[in-house]
Design a protein around this ligand. Structure first.
Ligand code: GDP
Ligand code: MN
Length: 387
């Protein structure tokens, strides 16, 4: 789960990493109010889950009320590479003498946390890695022992940090590792970590990804996902406990099991169709669950036809068919459904569907047959084969 900058900064502050005082707002009026409280100059910052906001015009310094209003008005509603700005972070502006880079992430191949530090910050770290890889200090951390002050100091020294801020930098690195480890993050990144003319060290930006599967151990972090800027349908799915990812096409995909759904995407693409989503309805044949999943798919206006792909293993196809029939007694839609039932009790399942004669629902015995039919239906080439 990716966090917005201001959410990441809350976690930084929780672990004693220095950040500027600020507040999140949603309107230009609020922005002005908060800026007056904080004191000028302030920075007006777009809160979106994508980097490079500065270059895109989403980060602006403001010296007075009029400038805050102007920037806040311009940035709210702005589209930054597909992300609409709905939230602004207003913080007291810092004077910058140096911009460093620091991150902690999980190095899966080494099976260890990795600390990356450079005094060439403020710019894309990929550029630093390409142009001057010697400027990147990489240090693997023993996850059981944690990061020691000596290691943090050594990383700073190796990167060429000025001696007078070495302590401050080491402190920031230790705090960053604490954020990563104790909040169960997969990434904790600061770019830039700045040094002010007063030689203070402070995080000016925050990029934190939390492990969604560990979130149950961190109830205080669960509110972050309610505020996140993701797709509204994906948010609704999360709230309903369904695995749903929105895609760009017009064919709704529903299956029992993540692996099956993934192959369904492939087969539909192979048949020339474009999937509108990934939706794993999980095992089971509960009518309420099926109805919930179908409603979620239909909530996407782009969907022209739906492929419901069931492979009966422990879940029996006749049970799924009954669930589907019960669910469809509450659902009215003109969107055609192709249901592929294969596996345990599949013939019985297809017979039940045929008997129920649901309008717009047809059954298929194989995945290829189902994919071809649903692609034809989505493109309006056929009125649908009989169930
Ligand atoms: P990003 O572009 O999405 O990475 O957003 P950042 O939060 O990193 O801000 C981009 C750039 O804006 C930084 O690298 C700084 O150069 C500049 N910036 C951000 N905050 C301040 C500030 O408080 N004072 C000054 N002078 N510049 C800032
Ligand atoms: Mn940044």
């Amino acid at each position: 789960m990716d966090l917005l900058e201001y959410q990441g900064k809350q976690l930084f502050a929780r672990h004693g990493l220095e950040v500027s005082p600020g507040k999140a707002v949603h309107t230009a009026d609020e922005a002005v109010h908060v800026a007056n409280e904080i004191g000028y100059p302030v920075v007006v910052k777009a809160q979106v889950l994508i980097g490079g906001r500065g270059k895109a015009g989403g980060v602006k310094l403001a010296g007075d009320e009029a400038e805050v209003r102007e920037h806040a008005t311009n940035i709210l509603g702005m589209d930054i590479r597909g992300h609409t700005v709905r939230t602004l972070w207003i913080e007291h502006a810092s004077e910058i003498e140096s911009e460093y880079y620091a991150s902690v992430l999980l190095d899966r191949s080494a099976k260890q946390p990795l600390l990356i530090f450079s005094i060439e910050g403020g710019i894309d770290i990929e550029q630093v890695a390409e142009r001057s890889p010697e400027k990147l200090v990489r240090h693997h951390i023993d996850a059981l022992a944690g990061l020691s002050r000596e290691e943090a100091l050594e990383a700073g020294r190796a990167a060429g940090v000025d001696a007078d801020v070495l302590d401050g930098v080491a402190g920031a690195l230790l705090a960053l590792y604490e954020v990563w480890a104790s909040e169960e993050a997969t990434l904790a990144e600061i770019n830039p970590l700045i040094v002010t003319p007063q030689r203070e060290v402070r995080a000016l930006d925050a990029k934190v990804s939390l492990d969604g599967n560990a979130l149950f151990r961190h109830p205080e972090n669960q509110a972050f996902s309610d505020e996140d800027e993701g797709d509204p349908l994906e948010r609704r799915a999360r709230e309903e406990g369904l695995q749903y990812v929105k895609l760009d096409g017009n064919i709704g995909i529903l299956g029992n099991g993540a692996g099956l759904v993934m192959s369904t995407l492939d087969v539909v693409a192979q048949a020339g169709g474009a999937p509108a989503n990934f939706l794993d309805a999980g095992g089971g044949s509960d009518a309420a669950k099926i109805e919930q999943a179908v409603q979620l798919i239909l909530a996407n206006d782009a969907v022209r036809a739906v492929l419901f792909n069931i492979f009966g293993g422990i879940t029996r196809c006749d049970e799924v068919a009954r669930g589907l029939i019960a669910a469809f007694s509450h659902i009215t839609t003109s969107v055609p459904f192709v249901v592929r039932l294969d596996g345990t009790n599949d013939a019985e399942g297809r017979r039940l569907l045929q008997e129920a004669a649901l309008p717009n629902v047809s059954a298929a015995a194989t995945m290829n047959e189902a994919a071809e039919r649903v692609v034809a239906l989505a493109s309006g080439q056929t009125a649908g084969a009989p169930a």
